[in-house]
Design a protein around this ligand. Sequence first.
Ligand SMILES: *Cc1c(COP(=O)(O)O)cnc(C)c1O
Length: 365
Amino acid sequence: MLVKKQIRGLPAYAPGKPIAEVKREYGLDHVIKMASNENPYGASPKVAERIAMVASETAIYPDGYGTELREALASKHQVSEKQIMLGNGSDEVIQFLCRGFLSSNTNTVMATPSFSQYKLNATIEDAQIIEVPVTSSGDHDLEAMLAAINEQTRIVWICNPNNPNGVALSREAFRHFLDRVPKECLVVSDEAYYEYVTTDDYPDSVSLLSHYPQLVVLRTFSKAYGLAGLRVGYGIASESVAQAIDPVRPPFNNNAIAHQAALAALEDEAFIRLCKEKNQQEKQRLRAYFEKEGFFVYPSETNFLLVETGIPGNQLFQAFLEKGFILRSGEALGYPTGIRISIGSKEENDAFLEVAPTIFNTCKT
Ligand SMILES: *Cc1c(COP(=O)(O)O)cnc(C)c1O
């Protein structure tokens, strides 16, 4: 058997540890997962109601075009439904873009550290990967990224705010960047944490689509909307880009229950506002605590914090795990002495703050 060369030896995605496994392994009754930036308040109650209503509708294939959801998103964003690319999570839209635009004689430019899926999918397509280190403040180095773009560059990835550090790019910087990227190169703005952003200096990238036909905006229902388990994400692009890559999409890539759940989630804007507010409050509280410990915390526009502790990430990960907290070690994320923590609910953060000082004290010495 000859698997293609670019995936030989490629490690499979290592997900955060599941709660049930941690409970069993460490004999814990209570485990709190603060590793994958899910919404600690779940989803709008309207979602479960809608799912119950359609729970028996499983025998018929879903609407492959996702007409209803497409129309709802088009109306929300004031774009044509033909500009929407629905994915089984925005991860899948990343895959479509790579499949549609990258091949062995092309390259793609991205920041490092950034979200792992750009590199993975580009590698599978055998494209050359050009990684540009973020600046010391954690920002995309846009000048260096521009300098790295050449005639073979098909996609440049902007993760805004960036995962894993939470740092956001300003409107001005983004526009200035778009003005200088060659028209043949796609600019993908991955905005998975859009709903959590509070700075008023954040780009309104959807409104930029009409000026910049090579722009692609990614959004997801997995984070603030609380539908990570159902897998719905989408891209918004020019009609020609969206239509060009549509043939690579599997015919029924979102299931029928997920369609309805996403529609119900979209209707409850009050829920998103409330989650954003609570996230902001709790984020300030955790940030203040980490700073009191003397750690550097990246300015985050998301629902997670990257904390530079000076302690090996895996060591801290292990110490918190044994106390029933699943965090994300910075070691696999490009920050060897960092730890990434998703902002929990008030109760979850209370519990975290109760055990954290002892753990940090033990690890610091
Ligand atoms: C979580 C995340 C996604 C993917 O989410 P899906 O569940 O696939 O929609 C995409 N980009 C970034 C930066 C993320 O953090």
